[in-house]
Each structure stands twice: as C-alpha cells, then as structure tokens.
Design a protein around this ligand. Sequence first.
Ligand code: AMP
Ligand code: MN
Ligand code: MN
Ligand code: MN
Length: 281
Amino acid sequence: MPENYDLHSHSTASDGALSPSELIQRAKEQGVTCLALTDHDTTDGLAEARQAATEAGIDLISGIELSTTWHKHCLHIVGLNIDPESPHLKEGIAKLQTIRGERAEQIAGKLEKKRIFGALEAVKATAGAGMITRTHFADFLLSEGHVTTQQEAFDRYIGQGKPAYVSTEWAGLEEAIGWIKESGGIAVLAHPMRYKLTASWMKRLLTAFKEVGGDAIEVVCGRNDPTEIQTSMQYAQKFDLAGSKGSDFHNPKYVWVELGRLKPLPERIKPVWDLFEAHTY
Ligand code: AMP
Ligand code: MN
Ligand code: MN
Ligand code: MN
C-alpha cells in the first residue's frame, strides 16, 4: 500500500472537534497511513493517540504546533517527531499555556466591553483540560447567536484588528525551534502562505528560519490551491528546505479540509519524512 502522510492535525487537546482516538479512527478510515497529531501548544493528546494508533495499525508521529511571534507576526511552527518528555519542550509549553490563559481573560474582557458576557466561563468549559484557543471563542459567539459562522466571529470580533483581538507575544522563533530541536524533532513552518507576507518579508523569514535550525516548510496544506503549492515549492527549493504535507484538520463539519485528502508533494521536493529518525516516541 502506498504511504499516505498527513502531518498536521488537531484533537480536543486543543481546538479539534475529535478526541485523539476519534481522530486516529477517522484517519484510518480516510486511508492515512502516517498521521502527526500537532495540537496548539500541547502534547497532551499524544498518549491517547499513540494507543489508538497502535490498535488501528497506523503510524503516529508525535507532534505539536507552537505559537511564535516574529517581528509582530504570529507564526506557527510545527514540531514533528518530538519527544514529549523533553524537559526544555515541557518548560516551553508551560510558558505558552500561561500566555494562552492570560490572553483568554483579556479576550473575554474585550468582549464584555461589547456587552458580551460569560465568554471566559464558556470557553473554559468547552476546552476542558485542553488549550483555550480563539476557535473556542468563535464557537461561543456562534452558540450564543452573536454570529452565524465561525468565520464571522473572526471577521467581526476576534480576528486581527477586530474589537476583541488581543495582540500576543508568543515564544520567539529561535526559542521555539530550539525546544523542538532539543527534543529531537524536526521544525516545520506551518501554512507559509497564510501569513500574507510580501516576497521580501518571506525571504527574511525563511533566511531567519533556516539560520535558527528550521528544517522544512509545509508545501501541501489543507486549503491551498495549485499556485500556492507552486510558490511554496519554489521557496523550499530556494532555501534548501524539505517539504511537508498536512491537512490542518480540525473538525469533520468542515468537509473541505479532510484528513489525508492532499495533493502529492511535488517530486522535486525533499520529503520531510525522509528526515525522521528510525525511532518514534
Ligand atoms: P489561536 O492560536 O488561539 O489564536 O487560534 C488560532 C486558531 O483559530 C487557528 O488554529 C484556526 O484553527 C482558527 N482560525 C484562525 N482564523 C480563523 C478563521 N478566519 N476562521 C476559522 N478559524 C480560524
Ligand atoms: Mn487551530
Ligand atoms: Mn496554524
Ligand atoms: Mn494547525
């Protein structure tokens, strides 16, 4: 059977709708042979996912999606094949979790100024033991009838520049890549086209990313079109970076991003999975 890699996905440990076991089950049904669980700033879903993956007979790559700030841009760095027990990584995650908690309070405060009450209690309840993300706020705004789609919640309230947006200083780029590398992982720039950087900023970013140990960029993502694949491929080649492929699956309701339904990685690109060590944690 040919391999079907999907190296970017979320569970209820952050803002995914499926539990780690449900996610593994769905990946299996969709023909994924190797899945990375990459929750936002947490590895808490990995133990359950590992057990489910063993039972389902699919390869699980231990992953994470770290929030970073670089020149005021929020950039997501996916760590693949990390060791979740690495002390440095754990410290980093703890720091990001504190930032997330404080930010959630600030977002809720801003919503109160718009006379929307009860957000903090609601997102804490829906996130449970998992990370609180803006997706939880979007779902709260949706369930309370303030908006009719998740997108509208971002467009009217919590997206960048909107009334309940909180500008956040996440981990530094070098710092986050350091945690990933110290844990034995591979550092991947997630969805490079989503940051809407100009070509010159993109070059600055990839130069910096490479300098601090970045290994790969996502060339094939869940929602990108052929031109974006082409552009990402050119960046990967120019900066001698490997290419990754991941759906960024969150929720089966959003059928336009399904697990394992990705275009192939262009042949000229070095696949990120060639960099994985034989071991998986
Ligand atoms: P956070 O890391 O808490 O800022 O939350 C970011 C998450 O919100 C992303 O990982 C996406 O899952 C989700 N998100 C960001 N922008 C949008 C959008 N425009 N529509 C729907 N979901 C979004
Ligand atoms: Mn998300
Ligand atoms: Mn992301
Ligand atoms: Mn993601």
